[in-house]
Write a protein of this length. Sequence first.
Length: 109
Amino acid sequence: MAATDPTAYLRATAPFGGLPAPLFEAAARAVDVSFHPAGTWLARAGGKPFEHLHVIRKGVVRLERDGQTIQVLEEGEVFGYTSLLAGKATIDVLVEEDLVSYRIPAAVF
């Protein structure tokens, strides 16, 4: 069941497993599942900020700055927090392989 249960997956993924119970439970209650096909731009630097923190369940996301790859993220990695903290998109985010992510709304983050 852990393979498809967002709560179990989050609990096994850093930093969520280390959260105090009330914070973890709030995140787990708020999580939803999103899908984005390969080739989708999720953010463009200077554009609209993310509205969710994303935890990659399946797929690959490429982070770029000025057309240069700065990081490639895969299953179990988290993205969107810089945009949530800054209130703006600071880098370009491209879906490299079909993406399934567990999303946590900015208000809960």
